[in-house]
Design a protein around this ligand. Structure first.
Ligand code: NAD
Length: 268
């Protein structure tokens, strides 16, 4: 069976040039360009470009594998460099390829009244903030009240997203072989009146967290790079999703090596 592929670009001249080159080579190697139903999506740009590709093909995660080429600085998901392009093209042409699966975050936003709920998936994280003072939420874990949060907001991240916004908030880095989500606080108010745990929380699969707003606020709910405005929110439910994201692997690039190269040094 001929592999169907799609290419996405950040849109700058370097990324577009690489896209054109890949398209020519992959067509020569008999692969089929198919933007609608690709087996393989190659994103060229950075992590932001891969996040966009993920959300574009979110309806066929079980059938599509992703790969990222970075044209800026080393990306976390975009981990192929332009100088490795020929190697990558040969590897892609030589399919079948190996796939690694990473856990995703499922968010369900329920409105007050009887409106429809919204269900989303995130590859990195969901953050809940407001432009109207503090975020005030009851936090329930597995159906039990855990704390009342007051502060700038909360970030709920996946293991592969733990090196992104979560890390900047003091969260732990979690290996993506662990099916978990992590909740990190943004500037919680802690004094004699208000109290939160203050530490990042790591929840395993099947432990659902429910965030229930205590005040009528409009919330900015961000999923990866996409922000939506919500008012009249009854609850925001967070848990490990049933779905997973699939990355095509053509060479070993262990997670901890990626963490080392991104945050310590990428000198060999
Ligand atoms: P962007 O593409 O400018 O991304 C911001 C930075 O986050 C880039 O350097 C990117 O390489 C890095 N990044 C993205 N995913 C990563 C991951 N899983 N591990 C390590 N680094 C990662 O901006 P965008 O397109 O709006 O991307 C949205 C992402 O930006 C969000 O998912 C969030 O994680 C991240 N972000 C980070 C901060 C922060 O670190 N303070 C604040 C807001 C958003």
């Amino acid at each position: 069976m001929r592999v169907k592929y799609a290419l996405t670009s950040k849109g700058d001249s370097v990324s577009d040039e690489i896209l054109a080159k890949m398209k020519n080579y992959l067509t020569e190697f008999n692969l089929v360009l198919d933007d609608e139903e690709p087996d393989l999506v190659i994103s060229i740009g950075g992590d932001g470009t891969l996040l966009e590709a993920f959300h574009t093909y979110i309806h066929r995660l079980d059938k599509t594998a992703f790969i990222g080429v970075h044209t800026g600085h080393l990306g976390f998901y975009a981990d192929w460099m332009p100088k490795e392009l020929e190697k990558l093209i040969i590897e892609v042409a030589r399919t079948p390829f190996q796939v690694v699966e990473y856990p995703l975050l499922e968010i369900t936003i329920r409105p007050k009244g009887d409106g429809e709920e919204d269900r989303f998936l995130a590859l990195n994280e969901c953050s809940v903030k407001t432009a109207e003072g503090s975020v005030v939420l009851d936090v329930e874990i597995k159906g039990e009240h855990f704390e009342t949060f007051r502060g700038d907001g909360l970030c709920i991240s996946t293991p592969s997203g733990s090196t992104a916004y979560n890390k900047a908030l003091g969260g732990a880095i979690i290996h993506p072989s662990l099916e978990a989500i992590q909740i990190t606080e943004m500037a919680s108010i802690n004094n004699r009146v208000f109290r939160t745990v203050g530490s990042p929380l790591i929840l395993p699969k099947h432990h659902t967290c429910l965030l229930k707003p205590l005040h009528d606020r409009s919330f900015m709910i961000t999923l990866d790079h996409i922000t939506r405005q919500y008012s009249d929110v009854k609850s925001i439910q967070c848990r490990v999703a049933r779905e997973k994201v699939r990355f095509a692997r053509f060479r070993p690039f262990p997670f901890w090596k990626r963490v080392h190269d991104s945050f310590i040094t990428d000198e060999q």
